[in-house]
Design a protein around this ligand. Sequence first.
Ligand SMILES: *[C@@H]1O[C@H](CO)[C@@H](O)[C@H](O)[C@H]1NC(C)=O
Length: 293
Amino acid sequence: MQSSVTVCLLLLVFPVNAHVVENFEMCMEYFYKGHVPEWTPNDHVHICQMFNNRYHFATLYDTTNRIPVYSAYVVEDGKSSDHRWMVEPQLVKQEFEEANMMTENSLIYKHRTLDPKDIGTRQATDDDYNKRPDGYSRGHLNPNSHHAGDASKATMTLTNIVPQKQSLNEKKWKDHEDTLKGWAKDNKENVYVLVGAIPSKGNWIKRDNQPGVNIPDYMWVAHCYYNKTSQSYESGGATAKNVENKIYKCTLSQLQAFLQQHNQVAAGQLFHNDCYVEQAAGASAAAENPCDI
Ligand SMILES: *[C@@H]1O[C@H](CO)[C@@H](O)[C@H](O)[C@H]1NC(C)=O
């Protein structure tokens, strides 16, 4: 009796809070109709991004390149909110009970025996980004401008960040983010987004002359939503080279072809049922692909 009470109490104190998780089961709502795109296997971990005891989006994270593969989220309206940069405690030690993302300082404060150096073993740290080359910024995959309050603060985890060319981040990429937000504002249905980066072969923010954080070659973004007014599905994709301030727009299937070419997605769909877009047989191969950059 005594022990079962203890077990119950322990369960109350430590709820099922795995946050670096086996799959995205606990944060499926950020994928259109719960469809998780199938990715080429690698050193990837699934993060259900938790802040202030709530999930806000999902990230597939590459622990070798120390950048996200993609973040999946739903665009929201409202005024964005800032926070100091955070990290993922369970990427430091899976057994850490902290389910919430937190700043490196709070993590060190909570775990006095933790060597601060260990924080960056499987993820990027603030120190890495402070050493980024000139002309690069902390580029959000899931942008804080697409959310308000806690959901916006939750985007301030470095597991959602890549070294992104500053001009691209502040101009053309931001313009595209604003477009997506405009659609979310107009639309009464959720706008689902998948946004990712493709790592480079040898371009790094270095740590003591060793590879630290990969500087990706490309960024990409895909969207899918149902337009209630026109009663039709709207979808599309875009790519950008992380060296120029330019964005290339295309269809979902063209984006998928680009990702396959770069060994990103395994065969399959980015969104449930390809966001209900009729696929003309062979059309994407025959036509010129604007996203193939
Ligand atoms: C939805 O469809 C209507 C009618 O075609 C169009 O005017 C509107 O711009 C569309 N909204 C979005 C968010 O795509």
